[in-house]
Design a protein around this ligand. Structure first.
Ligand SMILES: NC(=O)C1=CN([C@@H]2O[C@H](COP(=O)(O)OP(=O)(O)OC[C@H]3O[C@@H](n4cnc5c(N)ncnc54)[C@H](OP(=O)(O)O)[C@@H]3O)[C@@H](O)[C@H]2O)C=CC1
Ligand SMILES: Nc1nc(=O)c2c([nH]1)NC[C@@H]1CN(c3ccc(C(=O)N[C@@H](CCC(=O)O)C(=O)O)cc3)C=[N+]21
Length: 305
């Protein structure tokens, strides 16, 4: 091809997230009027990680915007695992709470897995409990919670490619339990042919060049380069990396994804920006999952997202 290609369409995660939140807000109001139930979310944060504090604050703000009952538990870094487990039990038993989120990562002396498995699966709005992970892989999503970041990424992919991904190759870079694996399950459920790449993948650029849909969830700033991208591909950049930005002044930082945005946008058909892509969708889907939980607890059929 000799003609200059046009830059990729930018997938506006903020506006899709706003429309999800609008639906949540209206459905929450309806539930309240019909049953008196107000969706309730509890966010638990242990320690003082500044990035975690920012995310937790924006979750609380969004929950209020949706008309939810929202509580935050901030525990000291030195909190014991037993005390955290006791709080989870209390929230499991609290009828006003429909969604429980324990912000990860937890301090090193606490076993993340043990805490996640202690959450009532029917309140596990992160979708990290083995019951929910199992339901996702076996296709029982009607009664499960799907993890927010992959669920939000799927809605963005739908906007570009539709719901049925038959005939398309999807490559997910990253295999974590919270992003990469559930993302792969959702792509498979949408009939894509799925490859999951990771740190032991021998030729990552070659694997990525096969992707009609490329999802990067690695945690390495701008690792995916323009010449790894298939022309016209849809790129979903999950990465959130804070890097130094001396051009903005001494000590300044900025957020970048796992994708080298400028060069990849020249080749891709559509791409999510960072910030303003997957991040806002994650928070919107957390609200959606909490709403769904409240509907289920009230014995009502929740809306679809
Ligand atoms: N936008 C949002 O809402 C969210 C963003 N994030 C961001 O997404 C990113 C990924 O998060 P998470 O899944 O939790 O991260 P993890 O660290 O748990 O997983 C990273 C994955 O990337 C793989 N990996 C690491 N280095 C390489 C490499 N050089 N080549 C190929 N694969 C590599 C790892 O492989 P291996 O398994 O072999 O070690 C691992 O599977 C982070 O930037 C995080 O901040 C996370 C959650 C929500
Ligand atoms: N139990 C648990 N559940 C999570 O879902 C969870 C977690 N722990 N730990 C940390 C990661 C990360 N995460 C993000 C959520 C929103 C943005 C987000 O809104 N980002 C904005 C920018 C925010 C900023 O400026 O820093 C954006 O991309 O536009 C980012 C990251 C949820 N996580």
């Amino acid at each position: 091809m000799t003609a200059q290609m046009q830059d990729a369409a930018v997938i506006d995660g903020r506006s899709v997230a706003d429309s999800v939140v609008e639906t949540v807000k209206q459905a929450a109001e309806e539930l309240k009027q019909q049953t008196g139930v107000i969706p309730g979310i509890a966010v638990v944060i242990v320690g003082e990680d500044p990035a975690s504090k920012v995310y937790v604050a924006s979750k609380g703000k969004k929950a209020k915007e949706c008309g939810f009952h929202s509580v935050q538990h901030t525990l000291a870094d030195s909190t014991s695992e037993a005390d955290l487990l006791a709080l989870v039990e209390e929230l499991n038993d609290d009828p006003q709470i429909h969604g429980i989120l324990v912000q990860l990562p937890l301090p090193g002396h606490i076993d993340d897995g043990r805490v996640i498995q202690a959450i009532n699966p029917q309140k596990d709005v992160d979708g990290f409990h083995v019951i929910n992970a199992g339901k996702l892989t076996t296709g029982e999503v009607e009664t499960a919670f799907v993890p927010c970041t992959p669920a939000g990424s799927t809605l963005l992919i739908e906007r570009v490619r539709g719901k049925d991904l038959s005939g398309l190759n999807a490559v997910v870079v990253g295999r974590s339990n919270i992003v990469g694996k559930p993302m792969a399950s959702l792509l498979l459920a949408a009939n894509a042919t799925v490859t999951v790449a990771h740190s032991r993948t021998p030729d990552l650029p070659a694997a990525c060049r096969n992707a009609d849909i490329l999802v990067a969830a690695v945690g390495r700033p701008e690792m995916i380069k323009g010449d790894w991208v298939k022309p016209g591909a849809t790129i979903i950049d999950v990465g959130i990396n804070r890097i130094a930005a001396p051009e903005r002044g001494e000590g300044k930082t900025r957020l970048v994804g796992d994708v080298a945005y400028g060069e990849c946008a020249k080749v891709a058909g559509a791409i999510t920006p960072v910030p303003g892509g997957v991040g806002p969708m994650t928070i919107a889907m957390l609200m959606a999952n909490t709403l769904v939980s409240a509907y289920r607890h009230a014995g009502r059929t929740p809306p679809n997202f």
